[in-house]
Design a protein around this ligand. Structure first.
Ligand SMILES: Cc1cc2nc3c(=O)[nH]c(=O)nc-3n(C[C@H](O)[C@H](O)[C@H](O)COP(=O)(O)O)c2cc1C
Length: 180
């Protein structure tokens, strides 16, 4: 089993694309393939000590899933399957995709929801990211003046994605025992 589990939810494929680009940088021993969270069992998910998790925000600041008109299940349906698990001793890094121009009042809210979910179950959240370079009104993903994970906006700032992903991976590498 790979050391780090890499899971994502996605509706139109952008979060999937970013997840795949993250996996490309690591070998199979280090990181699992990028797997849609609607294709993993709670048991398999729970085996990883290190997790990188990605989500878009849909609806008005919601997790992706059937109630936000996704074609298939996603985080909304997966979280209830793992709500009884204890994530103590596990390290979680989040990346979120959103649209700061179209949804400035709910920018990346779903990443905030994932952060609360895992932190309240004992996980160590790493990879907080500065809010400089983004323009929005409010976000449930901002805690103590920083995003709780990597903030990506492929709708308006797609050209910044690669450099942001690289800088963020370098930032979290020591927490995951990674060499880049
Ligand atoms: C119907 C709809 C609702 C959205 N709501 C939000 C939102 O509340 N906050 C936000 O930051 N982005 C919002 N977005 C933007 C998406 O998060 C963004 O386009 C993302 O890249 C989609 O990722 P995906 O292709 O992996 O599904 C919304 C997009 C759509 C189509």
């Amino acid at each position: 089993m790979a050391k780090i589990g890499l899971f994502f939810g996605s509706n139109t494929g952008k979060t999937r694309k970013v997840a795949k680009s993250i996996k490309k940088r690591f070998d199979d021993e280090t990181m699992s393939d990028a797997v849609n969270v609607n294709r993993v069992s709670a048991e398999d998910f729970a085996q990883y000590q290190f997790l990188i998790l990605g989500t878009p925000t849909l609806g008005d600041g919601e997790l992706p899933g059937l109630s936000t008109d996704c074609e298939s299940e996603s985080w909304e349906e997966f979280l209830p399957k793992i709500e009884g698990l204890d994530f103590s001793g596990k390290t979680v890094a989040l990346f979120g995709l959103g649209d700061q121009v179209g949804y400035p009042e709910n920018f990346l809210d779903a990443m905030g929801e994932l952060s609360e979910f895992f932190a309240s179950r004992g996980a160590k959240l790493v990879g907080a990211w500065p809010t400089d370079g983004y323009e929005f009104e409010s976000s449930a993903a901002v805690v103590d003046g920083k995003f709780v994970g990597l903030a990506l906006d492929l709708d308006n700032q797609s050209g910044k994605t690669d450099e942001r992903v690289s800088a963020w991976l370098a930032q979290i590498a020591p927490e995951f025992g990674l060499s880049l």
